[in-house]
Structures are given as structure tokens and as C-alpha cells.
Design a protein around this ligand. Structure first.
Ligand code: TPP
Length: 566
């Protein structure tokens, strides 16, 4: 069967099981948008290509399936670079198709030409410039394989316009043959045994669970290991939900804005079992002072992670789920041979820290409205499996700290567009984005997309009239010299803006109205909702470990003696 390259591309995406893609057309990708009309694939027309990339990420995070985005050459391609970089840093499997000027004119500064493969090389796991339409099915198969196997990540396929128009003979490759790419998925038997031995000797162990648990769909297996060993678990920002917050062995989020117990348990640990985590600087603080007495077992699918920041005593390359399964067997065998160290004193110590240093809530009846209170009310008045999506800043840290994540795949970053992608992938779930007023202004135009496509996401703006997290740093570390962080509470008018974008808009500035408004928003199912919560701009995120400081120097909320829940 003879097809054009463009037809072959769409057919290849269908063969890969793609049901939905996010994109925006232009000259160089026009040939591919034509056969899309006859395809089963749902296309969601975004208002800015960055949105397409983040939507693909949100879709991938929520469903575990790769997200797909398609954009044109030049500015279309450069607009999606932020999302590619984000997906690369967060190991999110997305496949991005870009149009390119005709292969015959590449290098002539043709209209909307840019070196997309060159620009995106450092922020993709791999990318391809297609030079022959006959290669398209093979390349698409390889692209999905590379994006979703090993350490997942973004890939990009750049398709010149003349290649899209070129005829090819259709085929679908049965297998993928990439001799240079064979990720190791099973842990080394001796290392697994060594790990079990170390685990049996530990008196103050902590499982340091990272995003790799979610990427490898290992949440269930992790629970088995925890219940077998009694080891407490911290879940990093990328791993929130990988282990249920309501479990008695869950300590919550560690790191710069982690809670006292999670941070201090790692500092005092004699063993860290790092599972799919990368010793990020936001977790370790000053590396030289991090967990000084801890031996390290480090499990990661990416060999480059092992020893990158901290030298492990037992390095294990492999898929987290498979390695944890192997660890469960090894631990069971080891425990049948000898008595493991008692964890009683450690558990008592952890409980004492939790009781002494809970997260605080300082909401007065008459206001001002506290952002932490809004998060608590959202948490308490939404179903347990609600998907929570966040921007970046104070609101993100409060959401991550205070939400009780009891289901995996319910915590996603990158705000409005990622929320839209998540809702497309999981239409039966409630999706709430918790956003800052600064972040909202960066990607809000995608609410037009959500309205047009009837994707009923809900957005809670914690409107503190500032780039709050930056303001917090200027207050604490630049002697309250506030430089370019003021935004204004009512410019823009978020309710009017929401309405102009086809959403329902609400405004809340008193604590008494929070719950009723959340409940009203939960009821709306036919369009997006935006709630402008006017919150106290003076609130800061605590606890906090100053950047570059030791985790031992954690600063607690000055109000920590006041009543509040963990
Ligand atoms: C694209 C981008 N630009 C700048 C920053 C730096 N930054 C980190 S947090 C933050 C403040 C965000 O303000 P807002 O969305 O209002 O959230 P808040 O901290 O007030 O909750 C900024 C600008 C960033 N993370 N990303």
C-alpha cells in the first residue's frame, strides 16, 4: 500500500495506540494535519505550544501512557522546548512531532527554519530528523520504545515537509532493533543479597522513595517491602502518592520544605534505601552534611545516577518494581536465617518528632485568609482519588506538604496545562489545579482550550499578589529588599478573565466562604472553574532549609507551638 509520509506518520501513531494528541498546526506540519481529519485520534488544539507539551506530560503522568504533542517548525518547535526540558528532568514519557522546512532547503535560513534537532538534543532522551518517508514507521516505533522504556523521557521526531509529502510503501515493524540501547531492568543478584544484609543490620533505616517508584508502577510492591521490613518511608516531591500518607510508616516529604520528621529521619538514619530517587539538591541540602551516618543502597534504572551525588555502598541498576520484588524475596530469605535489628526505638523516636513538630495551621476566624487553610479545605472536601496539579512556588510546597496522598498518580506538576492533560487522560476523576497568581498568568490561556474542548478542570488560584516564593527569599535572605515581585491582587481581574475564557469564576476572601465555594466548584461538570482565593501575602513556607545549608539547620514555623494537625 502506497502512502504519503504524512499518512504513514498518522497511521504509525494509531498503530502505537495513540488516542489523543495535543498540538497546533503551521506551514511545515500542514501535510500531517490533513490525514488527521480522517484519523481516530482525538486532537486537542492548544493556544500555545508550551501548553501542548505540558498537557502531554499531565496525560502521561496521570495514565502511565506516553503523551503525544505535534507542532510546527521554528517558533512552534522552540515554544515546546520548556515542556521538553521539564519532561527530561522529571523523566516523563512524551513523544513530540515537529514539522520542519523541506529537507532540500535545510540550512538555507528558510521560512520558519530552526535547528530543532540541535536545540532539543540536550533536553530529549533521543531525537530523529526524518530524511526518507520510508523510515517513518520504524522511527515512530523506536520513538515510543525509547520514550517509555528504561528511564522514561521525552523524544522528538522532526519531519521535513517534503518528506511528509513523499510516497512510501506502508509496513509496520514487528520488533524494535536498537543494538546500542538495552536498559538493564533486573538487579544484580549479589547486590540484592548485599542490600538485604545491610537492611537486616540497620537500626535507623529510611526508605527514600523517589519518582522512579511511580514511573515503574511500583507503588504496590513498595508497600509490600515496607510492611515486610517496618522501614519508614519518605516520599520526595516527585514521589508524593507513591506510598500512602495515611500509612503509619509514611513520614511525608523530605527536603528544603519537607516536614521536620522526614528531614531529620534522613539526617539521623544509619541506612538510606534510595529507590528511584536522585539525591536532588532540594532533598540533600549541603551534600557534605547530608545523612552523615547513613550507609546507602541506591536503586535506579539509570546507571548514571549511581554515585552522581553520593557514593552508594550497594549500587543496584534496575527497574524499581523488579528490583523491589527481588528485594522482597531476598529480605524474606534473610529474615528466615537470622534475627533482624529491632526498630522499636527508632519508631518511638519518629513518633515523638511527629508529635512535637507537626505542620501548623494558623487561621483566625475573621481572616485574613491563609493559603494553608485553603489547601486543607480543598483536601478535606474532595474525594481521596482527586488528581492535584500544581504550579511552582509557595502554593506548590503547601499543596505537597499538606495534601494527604493515598493513591499513586494523583500528584502532578506544571499547573493549568498539565491539569488539562490529566483530565483528558482520566475524565472520570476530579482534577484540581492549585496555582499561584504568577504561574497562572504564564499558561492560563489554555483554559480557552479547556472550555472549547469541554474539559472541566478546576483551578484554585492562591492569589497572594506576589511572586510569593521569590518574595519569601527576598524577605529572609535579602533583608526584605523586595525587587520586582509585586503583581497586584486585582490586575488582572481573575473572575472576569475566567469568564472571558468560558469558565465559571468565583472569588473568595473570607475563611467562611471557602468550603461552600469548593463544593459549588465540585458540582460544575460542563466547564472549567477558576476560584480566585485572596490569601495573606505575608505567609511563608515552613519548615525551610536555606539553600546550600545543612538539613540540620532546618528552620521551623515560628508559629509551631500553636495548635495544628500533622
Ligand atoms: C518559568 C519560571 N520562571 C520563573 C521561576 C522562578 N520562580 C520560582 S517560584 C516563583 C514564584 C511564583 O509565583 P506564584 O505563581 O504567584 O506562586 P507563589 O509562590 O506566590 O505561591 C518564581 C517566579 C520559575 N520557577 N519558572
Amino acid at each position: 500500500m502506497q502512502l504519503t509520509g504524512a499518512q504513514a506518520l498518522i497511521k504509525s501513531l494509531e498503530m502505537e495506540g495513540v488516542e489523543v494528541m495535543f498540538g497546533l498546526p503551521g506551514g511545515a506540519i500542514l501535510p500531517v494535519y490533513d490525514p488527521l481529519i480522517d484519523s481516530s485520534i482525538r486532537h486537542i488544539l492548544v493556544r500555545h505550544e508550551q501548553g501542548a507539551g505540558h498537557m502531554a506530560e499531565g496525560y502521561a503522568d496521570a495514565t502511565g501512557r506516553p503523551g503525544v504533542a505535534m507542532v510546527t517548525s521554528g517558533p512552534g518547535a522552540t515554544n515546546i522546548v520548556t515542556a521538553l526540558c521539564d519532561a527530561y528532568m522529571d523523566s516523563v514519557p512524551i513523544v513530540v512531532i515537529t514539522g520542519q522546512v523541506a529537507y532540500s532547503v535545510i540550512g538555507t535560513d528558510a521560512f520558519q527554519e530552526c535547528d530543532t534537532v540541535g536545540i532539543t538534543m540536550p533536553v530529549t532522551k533521543h531525537n530523529w530528523l526524518v530524511t526518507d518517508a520510508q523510515d517513518i514507521p520504524r522511527i515512530v516505533r523506536e520513538a515510543f520504545h525509547v520514550a517509555t522504556t528504561g528511564r522514561p523521557g521525552p523524544v522528538l521526531v522532526d519531519v521535513p515537509k517534503d518528506i511528509s509529502n513523499q510516497m512510501m510503501e506502508w509496513y509496520w515493524p514487528d520488533t524494535v532493533d536498537l543494538p546500542g540501547y538495552k536498559p538493564t531492568v533486573r538487579g544484580h543478584a549479589k547486590q540484592i543479597k548485599d542490600a538485604a544484609r545491610l537492611m537486616g543490620e540497620a537500626e535507623r533505616p529510611v526508605i527514600y522513595a523517589g519518582g522512579g517508584i511511580l514511573k515503574s508502577r511500583a507503588a504496590e510492591t513498595l508497600r509490600e517491602l515496607v510492611e515486610l521490613t517496618g522501614f519508614p518511608v519518605v516520599t520526595t516531591l516527585m514521589a508524593r502518592g507513591a506510598f500512602p500518607d495515611d500509612h503509619e510508616l509514611c513520614l511525608g516529604m523530605p527536603g528544603m520544605h519537607g516536614n521536620y520528621t522526614a528531614v531529620t529521619s534522613m539526617q539521623r538514619a544509619d541506612l538510606l534505601v534510595a529507590l528511584g530517587s536522585r539525591f536532588d539538591d532540594r532533598v540533600t541540602g549541603k551534600v557534605g552534611a547530608f545523612a552523615p551516618d547513613a550507609k546507602i543502597i541506591h536503586v535506579d534504572i539509570d546507571p548514571a545516577e549511581l554515585g552522581k551525588v553520593r557514593r552508594p555502598d550497594v549500587p543496584i541498576v534496575g527497574d524499581c518494581r523488579l528490583v523491589i520484588e527481588e528485594l522482597v524475596h531476598a529480605v524474606t530469605a534473610d529474615r528466615s536465617k537470622r534475627k533482624w535489628a529491632s526498630l522499636k526505638a527508632w519508631h518511638t523516636q519518629l513518633r515523638e518528632w511527629q508529635d512535637r513538630f507537626p505542620l501548623v495551621l494558623d487561621q483566625h476566624e475573621d481572616g485574613p485568609l491563609k493559603p494553608q487553610f485553603v489547601i486543607d479545605m480543598l483536601r478535606d472536601h474532595t474525594p481521596d482519588d482527586t488528581i492535584v496539579v500544581s504550579g511552582v512556588g509557595q502554593h506548590q510546597m503547601w499543596a505537597s506538604q499538606r495534601w494527604r496522598f493515598n493513591y499513586p498518580y494523583t500528584w502532578i506538576n506544571s499547573a493549568v496545562p498539565a491539569a488539562i492533560g490529566a483530565k483528558v487522560g482520566k475524565p472520570e476523576r476530579l482534577v484540581w489545579a492549585v496555582d499561584g497568581d504568577g504561574c497562572f498568568q504564564m499558561t492560563a490561556q489554555e483554559l480557552v482550550t479547556a472550555s472549547a474542548e469541554r474539559i472541566p478542570v478546576k483551578i484554585a488560584i492562591l492569589n497572594n499578589a506576589y511572586l510569593g516564593m521569590v518574595r519569601q527569599w527576598q524577605e529572609l535572605f535579602y533583608e526584605e529588599r523586595y525587587s520586582e515581585v509585586y503583581l497586584s491582587p486585582d490586575l488582572p481581574d481573575y473572575v472576569k478573565w475566567a469568564e472571558a475564557m468560558g469558565c465559571v469564576g468565583f472569588r473568595v476572601d473570607h475563611p467562611d466562604d471557602v468550603v461552600a465555594t469548593i463544593e459549588k466548584a465540585n458540582e460544575i461538570d460542563d466547564r472549567p472553574v477558576v476560584v480566585d482565593f485572596r490569601v495573606d501575602y505575608r505567609e511563608k513556607v515552613y519548615p525551610m532549609v536555606p539553600a546550600g545549608g545543612s538539613n540540620d539547620d532546618i528552620i521551623l514555623d515560628p508559629a509551631h507551638d500553636k495548635p495544628g494537625g500533622r
